[in-house]
Design a binder for this molecule. Sequence first.
Ligand code: X8Z
Ligand code: ZN
Length: 372
Amino acid sequence: MQFLMSHSRDWDELQHVWAEWRRNTGRRNGDLYEQLVDLTNHAARLNNFTDASAYWQFPYESPNFRQEVDDVWEQIKPLYTLLHAYVRRRLREAYGPERISRSAPIPAHVLGDMWGQSWSGIVPLTLPYPGKTLVDVTPEMIQQGYTPLSVFQLAEEFFVSMNMSAMPPDFWQLSVLEQPPERHIHCQPSAWDFCNKHDYRIKMCAHADQKDLVTAHHEMAHVQYFLAYRNLPKVFRDGANPGFHEAIGETVALSVSSPRHLQTLGLVQRSVDDTAHDMNFLFTQAMDKLAFLPFALVMDRWRWDVFTGDIRKEQYNCHWWRLREQYQGVKPPVLRSELDFDPGSKYHIPANIPYIRSVASITPVIIRTHNL
Ligand code: X8Z
Ligand code: ZN
């Protein structure tokens, strides 16, 4: 599915897969989601929170968290708007003016993944300097015979080289690092702390490609954090706030994806040092990280509004698309109704995993870009 969403340039095919995914996922769990909201609110109130929105924001230790998030977004929005306008223009060239309007939101199915959360899939279509100055180590990884296991071994080497921990034996025995042949699993990458000082695992359906090379480092950084605090009392065995857990992985991932490091690994033949190359690299980062920001905001803005009771079941899908248009500037490619439950097509919604934490994951990118 991910491969098709990022590689197909066939409008109808993308639209078909986009709609079918939602018919077979979100649409089926709308009723259950309402129950989940009630239960989550119930649990929050038993813990003296007004509702689950306050409970989810509690770790960030700010009484105005919502407002602060919106203020930061307002600062970043002008840059996002530029990227959005540029990408829309390039998509208009690719798919034609009858399909991509000059001024309307971008149809969500042509952005390179199932949710329009990372636009890396359409980098080849939108690159400012097309040609060979784009770092893509996937062909070289295939050529050198990388496997999901060796991708994680490489990540381990990277951490050990910085005097951080090797993965304990349980990690290698019990983790699931690739799609098992005999059974279907949820492939959303995750890292797990069994809180017994030896059992730490990653679950991921990794492929030997550039994107998963970076994600493998991200996931292993969670395990590094688990290991670093494993001897503390239980109450301290957690990130300073959930954003730190994501940001540590992302800081590491940022170094790993730098052209210079990939050259050290022997995955890039020589580092090209010119403006076109830098621009292509920074553009690629923006298509992943900057494009991701408003998506992540929508994920939790929507749930906060649902948890507080401001949005009820009859408005679930409508509110979702209202926020998607407001923050991301995207629209559904086919007509939606309240029979659809499009938020439920993204793993973290039915799994009830908060998402604003992953906004922290782009912080290192912003700092890095400012330093350039
Ligand atoms: O869920 C994750 C991580 C969890 S450790 C892989 N991420 C979000 C997603 O996949 O939707 C990372 C970025 C966004
Ligand atoms: Zn993570």
